[in-house]
Design a protein around this ligand. Structure first.
Ligand SMILES: [Zn+2]
Ligand SMILES: [Zn+2]
Length: 371
């Protein structure tokens, strides 16, 4: 191991010991030399986003498996959550990665196998052999599963992107979600000149709404039922921001149809429930695409008349290899703006934030752990 500073033998980490049991612990620093991959590096974490999916892991779900494999997979005990992070590279294994030491980076949080049919066909977002930070996938059996709710985290040198000057660590930690937004937006067959509906305006919804405008949508209408996402959407100046709180299906159909009389060319659903699905399908225009980015184990009957005129339904929630540099170029050039998203929290406060179902942390638009 080649390092640019002395490293401690233990570190602080927030460990998901079992569903709904999150604890701040001192655990051994990640033994990257024992993992059998010379591309691994060690990153001193400067910022790590709290993702919506982290709350699902906390509750005992495994959304990665549901989205990527299309089935349930149990989580192992002792996961260190956290896959949206940025920091400084402080140790490498391979001489050819030595040039990365000391670099400020926003690392890709996963490594795909490169040899399965999905990887070979360029659909790396569906690789079943992905090794992933922040949940148990791909690490075999470990005492602790690596993630970035910790002072240090492993990453892959080949997936470490330098943070452009002018971007903070907090902004750079949003790269994972922005890469997802780019990929999901790209699955929506956004047609220049046609309006887009974004249901659910949390960070993913806000990012997708920004992405579809970058892709040439004529207008984007966003809906939500909570203050923070609605305020963030208004600040960003999206074409219409609809507060859906307390409104019936009929009222919402009327209100949203008035904003897109020909129907929406693309509808994105970050909620993934029955109500949002039925509403989205109802508002989808001819040849439109409805993208569900929050897959739940849920049966919903569909009247296929609603899918006439070449309407289609898709799901999407991971990014492919090429989406990350694409998103980074938009962040660097100001076509993605995330400055006003962030509320900072300390690592030691994270267990409390998760336990308080309706606390201030949960009401924030986007939490970022600062170290
Ligand atoms: Zn995430
Ligand atoms: Zn693969």
């Amino acid at each position: 191991m080649i390092t640019n500073q002395p490293l401690p033998s233990t570190m602080k980490a927030v460990v998901l010991e079992a569903p709904r049991r999150l604890a701040l612990r001192d655990i051994p620093i990640w033994p990257i030399e024992a993992y059998g991959d010379p591309d691994l590096v060690l990153v001193k974490v400067a910022a790590c986003g709290v993702c919506g999916s982290d709350y699902r892991y906390y509750a005992g779900e495994n959304p990665w498996a549901m989205h990527t494999l299309g089935r349930h997979v149990d989580n192992p005990p002792n996961i260190v959550l956290g896959h949206e992070f940025a920091g400084e590279i402080v140790a490498v294994l391979d001489e050819k990665n030595a040039r990365l030491l000391g670099r400020r980076v926003a690392p890709v949080c996963s490594k795909v196998c490169g040899t399965c049919p999905e990887c070979v066909s360029g659909q790396t977002q569906l690789c079943p052999n992905t090794v992933h930070l922040g949940h148990g996938q791909g690490w075999g059996k470990r005492d602790f599963y690596p993630g970035a709710y910790a002072d240090y985290v492993p990453a892959w040198g080949s997936g470490c992107f330098a943070i452009p000057d002018g971007l903070t660590y907090g902004e750079a930690a949003m790269m994972d979600i922005l890469a997802v937004c780019v990929h999901v937006a790209d699955q929506g067959n956004v047609q220049p000149g046609r309006p887009v509906l974004m249901m659910g305006a949390g960070p993913a919804g806000n990012g997708i709404a920004q992405a579809v405008l970058n892709l040439g949508a004529s207008r984007v209408v966003v809906t939500d039922i909570a203050d923070a996402p609605l305020e963030a959407a208004r600040r960003r100046g999206f074409d219409a921001v609809v507060d859906a709180r307390g409104k019936s299906h009929r009222v919402l159909v009327e209100e949203l149809s008035a904003l897109a009389p020909e129907g929406f060319g693309s509808v994105f659903d970050s909620v993934g429930g029955r109500d949002s699905f039925e509403l989205g399908l109802r508002l989808l225009g001819k040849k439109g695409t409805l993208v569900n980015m929050a897959v739940h184990d849920l049966d919903i009957p569909v009247n296929f008349l609603r899918l006439g005129s070449e309407r289609r339904i898709a799901t999407s929630s991971n990014f492919a290899t090429g989406d990350y540099p694409w998103a980074l170029s938009w962040l660097e050039s100001g076509r993605f703006v995330v400055k006003d998203w962030l509320t900072e929290v300390r690592l030691e406060d994270v267990p409390r934030v998760f336990a308080e179902a309706d606390g201030a942390g949960r009401r924030a638009f986007k939490l970022v752990i600062r170290f």
